[in-house]
Design a protein around this ligand. Structure first.
Ligand code: ATP
Ligand code: SKM
Ligand code: MG
Length: 185
């Protein structure tokens, strides 16, 4: 079994896709996203699955997608924002190098606008996002080996903070890339 070097969790707008791709580049490994896996397997958009079959059905599909990816993807893996709500999915994550990318509402709004087709944020997205985070924060924290704040950090800086937190710097080569050194100066 080849499990991922890093598993990213966090709410919409935390930067999972952006940081995940950068991190995979730094580590010289592949990047995978279970939302994309679900869409590819089902052949339909996530919003449609939510509307037609409901959230419990989606979470079951997601649990299967997470299990498959954990068994077969040795690189960087991002999970859907709500994957940690499912007990079975949380159990699958036990003992793995999971990173919770933390973000505050104001930054999430700036980053994703909260107007994308996200089924759980369709009505009154700010209020929904805040309530969703209150409910989820303990679960993100429970599964995480490291919690990384994304406030006032560029995606590249977040990726470097993850390498440090998981002690992966050796796997990525000792020196941060030139762009990051400039950002730090
Ligand atoms: N640390 C950051 N600082 C500023 N902007 C960022 C940061 N991280 C991500 N972004 C920007 O925020 C937007 C959302 O990022 P991204 O799509 O990676 O989030 P996500 O966690 O994958 O969201 P989703 O749950 O919707 O898949 C992108 O435009 C990205 O460039
Ligand atoms: O936060 C959530 O519950 C979700 C986030 C997305 O990544 C998708 O997995 C889906 O839209 C549900
Ligand atoms: Mg994403």
């Amino acid at each position: 079994m080849t499990s991922p070097l890093v598993v990213l969790v966090g709410p919409p707008g935390a930067g999972k896709s952006t940081v995940g791709a950068l991190l995979a580049d730094r580590l010289g490994v592949g990047y995978r996203d279970t939302d994309a896996d679900i869409v590819a397997t089902a052949g339909r958009p996530i919003a449609e699955i939510f509307i037609d079959e409901g959230e419990p059905h989606f979470r079951a599909l997601e649990r299967t997608a997470v299990r498959d990816a954990l068994e077969s993807h040795p690189g960087v893996l991002s999970l859907g924002g709500g994957a940690i709500l499912d007990d079975g999915t949380r159990k699958l994550l036990a003992g793995l190098p999971v990173v919770f990318l933390d973000v505050q509402l104001a930054d999430a709004v700036k980053r994703v606008g909260l107007d994308a087709p996200r089924p759980l944020l369709a009505v009154n997205p700010r209020k929904q996002w805040r309530e969703l985070m209150e409910r989820r924060r303990p679960l993100y924290t429970e599964v995480a080996r490291a919690v990384i704040s994304t406030a006032e950090r560029t995606p590249a800086q977040v990726a470097e903070a993850i390498l440090d937190a998981l002690e992966l710097r050796q796997a990525a080569g000792q020196t941060p890339p030139a762009a990051h050194r400039e950002e730090q100066a």
